[in-house]
Design a protein around this ligand. Sequence first.
Ligand code: PCA
Length: 323
Amino acid sequence: MKTIKTLLAATALAGTGVAAQAEKWDMPMAYSATNFHSEIGAEFAKCVTDGTSGALEIVTHPSGSLFGGAEIKRAVMTGQANIGERLMSAHQNENPLYGVDSIPFLVSSFDEHEKLWAIAEPYVEKALDEDNLHYLYSVPWPPQGLYMNKPISDISDLKGVKFRSYSTATAKMAELTGALPVQVEAAELSQALATGVAESFISSGATGYDRKVWEHLSNFYEVDAWLPRNAVFVNKDAWADLPDETKAVMNDCATKAAADGLARSKDYTQFTLDGLKENGMTVERVNDTLMGQLKAMGEVMTAEWLEQAGDDGKAIVDAYKGE
Ligand code: PCA
């Protein structure tokens, strides 16, 4: 209710170009300002600010500078921030549906991932809604591969290796391979590698490139294990308080951000793999033995996910497989 007066004023002024009584929303984001998700978020924020003639100004805070990655979802749920962006699969322990994008080897390309996401998106939107969050848009990361500080050829090479995790699935992978998982946000990744807290991880070429991991690591293996997504959501009460005109602007800007983000993610895939190579890393596919072992591990994780995700999970996977 606190914003009723502001909103009435904003409604009255919408379209007049006058930005008196404007609202300002801070938007915490976990990844560095130069990462494409953060760039898309900044463009989205500008789109809303311009589209409402400043009646609603959105200000992005990348690099976990306002809330660290692990705090962003809760901050928006509780209204400490009205809007934020977060890697969904980091919250799979709260609801298995948040990990629908991290089922190993179910999808390995953008096209497969988009097919899965078209089916899964309404389920995730509902899960967010139950968490007091209004879903706006989401953008996939490029396919996930393995970063190492040595060449590897067999799953046993991961035993005892300090493995940076960013989600339930990546921690589980570490556990199943006998690696030692350590949860580290991308914003702290360079430091974790420099100090030896982590010596390997699974992620996209994009994150390795952004974090200049060639300073510490030598090998990137294209595994294409899955494509996780970052989602942008709004506190549901804050959303309900917005005038319809503002909601319409936000929806249009969100549709544009989702499309632009997908295109940017695709473009960035080869660019960043080339960048890793140019900076001295060996970039290649894992051999068949290791791929087979990783896929076997994927089967275990898939069965576990399906058990946890119940009827909804089964419905999504069955629909994806056309069963
Ligand atoms: N980068 C993010 C998540 C997935 C990705 O490619 C990270 O490593 O934190």
